[in-house]
Design a protein around this ligand. Structure first.
Ligand code: FAD
Length: 416
């Protein structure tokens, strides 16, 4: 057990995917000094993506979503402490918890994740308005879904849609209100938005686009209806907020570290203080051109963690990894690899409910979005990771075996 100031080594704040992975990777790589993981939640670290998927199933009450076994941390000499860090003092290289405990560090890793974005409308604090980030949120939401009749989900992004699928599976009346003109607009092409919208409609989910919530109206102290800018009044006994995440960067900001919707880090995931790193959802990475981007995915949380473990052990390479993401929405499995942008050319392969969209920039594959098409996705991903120029017609031909493309493609390393 920890507690006294004066102990050093690596101190990790946050016991999510990023925090747990860096502790594990440091030990795997032979780091022999003290590792302390300060975990702000009253649970053993758990799998967050499951919260909008398996954890909403009826059978989930008995399920264990722990990331690692009970003795994982102790058996590796990782001190796991349950506490919320309240203050960071860079001069003395120490952090102080809300309960007054204090730890010193040689290297500090901030892996504080994020929290759900709140909706700035009247009624957002009413009972019956739910958010989903923690295991406790998921447990409460599962019970609420069971009891509700009319469910309004605000936000047509991944989390909102996963919850919509869980609610529709219970035969509830489900409405999704999305402010833009299509689902998941920030991260997928219109092709994927369309097939996903068709699926949710086929499950009975009502989708409202280009509208925004102006008020959540209470009845007898609990939520009763949702009012929108378009003049709709939708009956609701459960409202689920799926309007994005805010990075937990206040600890860093209060200690004088620059932030920009996340803790600003360089390409080694280092903050302006060389002894302090930030990884996962709380980290905003600044690239060579000064562009800042923050990814919210398991892949980036764990890959950044693995990378920083090697950096602490002396590696000087910048972090680099191809991003990927998945989302399960009822019978739909959405997979995304790479980063597309609106100027990319798209080539679509579609067969019934199976779809893959290839995003090309200067002939080179930069992203693939697939729906229920894991085979094509995996082959495409191998092609993407090798950075090759591709023939669009071949890609578009659904009868053509993409594995042949992978074999024939011409390598053009370094082209952008
Ligand atoms: C419902 C849901 C579904 C998702 N589904 C997917 C998916 O399908 N695929 C995918 O790739 N990604 C998914 N994500 C995103 C993914 O879970 C996150 O990108 C990932 O969990 C980020 O890990 P992290 O360790 O950076 O942060 P987190 O997992 O948020 O962990 C941060 C931890 O730090 C703790 N903390 C914060 N401040 C302090 C403090 N001051 N002191 C101590 N502890 C502190 C927090 O309590 C938390 O436990 C989903 C997210 C949610 C919420």
């Amino acid at each position: 057990m920890m507690g006294a100031a004066g102990q050093s080594g690596v101190l990790i704040v946050g016991g999510g995917h990023a925090g747990v992975q860096i502790a594990a990777s440091l030990r795997e790589a032979g780091y022999a000094d003290r590792i302390t993981l300060v975990n702000g939640e009253p649970h053993r670290p758990y799998d967050r993506p499951s919260l909008s998927k398996e954890a909403l199933d009826d059978a989930s009450a008995a399920q264990d979503f722990s990331l690692r076994g009970e003795d994982f941390f102790a058996s590796r000499g990782i001190d796991m402490v349950q506490a919320r860090v309240a203050r960071l003092d860079r001069d003395s290289k120490s952090v102080v918890a809300q309960d007054g405990r204090e730890w010193r560090y040689e290297h500090l890793v901030l892996a504080t994740g994020g929290r759900p974005r709140r909706l700035p409308v009247p009624g957002a604090e009413l009972a019956g308005v739910a958010e989903l980030r923690s295991l406790d949120d998921a447990r409460a939401l599962r019970v609420a879904l069971e009891a509700a009749t009319n469910i309004v989900i605000i936000g047509g992004g991944f989390i909102g849609l996963e919850v919509a699928a869980a609610a529709a599976a219970r035969q509830r009346h489900v409405t999704v209100i999305e402010g833009s003109d299509r689902l998941m607009k920030r991260v997928v092409t219109p092709h994927v938005s369309e097939i996903v919208a068709d699926y949710h409609r086929s499950c009975g989910v009502e989708l409202h686009f280009d509208d925004r919530v102006t008020e959540i109206r209470g009845r007898g102290g609990v939520v009763g209806a949702v009012l929108t800018a378009e003049g709709e009044e939708l009956a609701a006994d459960l409202v689920v907020l799926g309007v994005g995440m805010v990075a937990n960067d206040e600890l860093a900001a209060a200690a004088g570290l620059p932030t920009d919707h996340g803790i600003l880090v360089d390409q080694q995931m280092r903050t302006r203080d060389r002894a302090i790193f930030a990884i996962g959802d709380c980290a905003a990475v600044e690239d060579e051109s000064g562009r800042v981007h923050r990814l919210e995915s398991i892949q980036s949380a764990t890959d950044q963690a693995r990378h920083v473990a090697t950096t602490i052990l002396g590696n000087t390479d910048p972090y680099s990894a191809t991003p990927w993401f998945w989302s399960n929405q009822g019978a739909l499995k959405v997979q995304i690899v790479g980063v597309g942008n609106p100027g990319d050319r798209t080539v679509v392969r579609r067969e019934g409910n199976r779809l893959s969209v290839f995003c090309l920039r200067h002939g080179r594959l930069v992203a693939i979005e697939s729906v229920n098409d894991p085979g094509t996705h995996m082959v495409g991903r191998r092609i993407l990771e090798r950075g090759e120029v591709l023939d669009e017609h071949t890609l578009a031909d659904g009868d053509y075996d993409l594995r042949q493309v992978a074999k024939r493609a011409v390598r053009v390393g370094g082209r952008s």
